[in-house]
Design a protein around this ligand. Structure first.
Ligand code: SF4
Length: 207
């Protein structure tokens, strides 16, 4: 896939994100979530391959700055996944991983010091669908089972994103379709055609 085709795909994911935002705007206006509350940024976020590419493409310096923490969290997640794995039961293993990660209270490496998301406009779908009707203070105390306002189009959008990844996989374009945010960003940043990536990281380290 050439760069033009890849940019087109990133645009498609961006459109899906914005379409979801538009549909959910009215419902989310009734949510009690406020700018700066971020307990849901301690949850395990799953992102698709193309979402990872979108984040890196549009926020290279931010991702480079967060890379040491992303690498550490990716390593921790890989070890944790091996610990909680139930043989032949992917769904139960994923659920246990989510709970175990939540209990460690790790904050997303992309959360800025002021409590806001440093890649807000390009945040993945998983992050966009979080909303609560309860007091946000209660979010931090729930045992990984955050109270969501569930909307019936949520699964539709998730499935559209996954369908796009399936096409890419079928075309032999990607090897990882979906993964935990730190793992996906580390892998995709290594694979992207960005010869100057290490230069960018050292630039971020100097900043
Ligand atoms: S990407 Fe942004 S919204 Fe999503 S968990 Fe990280 S900081 Fe929070």
């Amino acid at each position: 896939m050439d760069r033009q085709q890849r940019l087109h795909l990133l645009g498609q994911v961006d459109l899906l994100h914005r379409h979801f935002d538009g549909l959910s705007k009215e419902a989310f206006s009734k949510a009690s979530c406020r700018k700066g509350c971020n307990a849901c940024c301690q949850l395990l976020v799953m992102i698709t391959r193309t979402e990872a590419e979108l984040i890196i493409e549009r926020n290279p310096l931010t991702v480079a700055q967060a890379m040491p923490q992303l690498r550490a969290q990716a390593q921790e997640l890989i070890e944790l996944a091996a610990e909680v794995e139930i043989r032949n039961d992917v769904t139960a293993s994923a659920e246990r991983l989510r709970d175990a990660w939540w209990k460690r209270r790790r904050t997303c490496a992309l959360l800025a010091a002021d409590g806001s998301c440093s890649i807000y406009n390009d945040r993945p779908f998983d992050c966009r669908q979080h909303a609560v009707a309860s007091d946000p203070a209660g979010c931090a105390s729930r045992d990984g089972k955050e109270l969501k306002i569930r909307m019936n189009f949520v699964d539709h959008h998730r499935s559209e994103l996954e369908r796009l990844e399936a096409y890419r996989a079928a075309a032999g374009d990607v090897d990882v379709a979906t993964g935990a945010l730190p793992v996906a960003l580390v892998i995709v940043s290594q694979q992207m055609e960005r010869a100057d990536w290490s230069k960018l990281e050292s630039q971020a380290g100097d900043g």
